[in-house]
Design a protein. Structure first.
Length: 93
């Protein structure tokens, strides 16, 4: 877990508190600010998880290699489908 993820969690918690306080007092702007803080916090958490995944790709690569060894035909089919999808995307279909 990195600082971006922790900041996101903190901002989500703060946003939830603001939203609850806004609901309790009937303050729509505070409630809206709380929802916005929660969305921003969730985005930061996702960005932090992506940073962690990029920084340590080892487990994902090992799982992919294991899958390819155990199921070579399924891997070939998957690569073929992804290739066709990529070609169709590039051609605009």
């Amino acid at each position: 877990m990195n600082t971006t993820t922790l900041e996101g969690q903190g901002q989500s918690i703060t946003g939830a508190a603001k939203e609850g306080l806004g609901k309790a007092t009937g303050d729509n702007s505070l409630q809206g600010a709380g929802i916005a803080d929660q969305l921003t916090g969730n985005a930061k958490q996702i960005a932090g998880a992506a940073k962690d995944a990029i920084a340590n790709p080892g487990p994902v690569v090992d799982k992919a290699k294991g899958f390819a060894r155990q199921r070579p035909f399924a891997t070939a089919a998957l690569v073929g489908v992804l290739g066709v999808a990529l070609l169709n995307t590039l051609r605009g279909r």
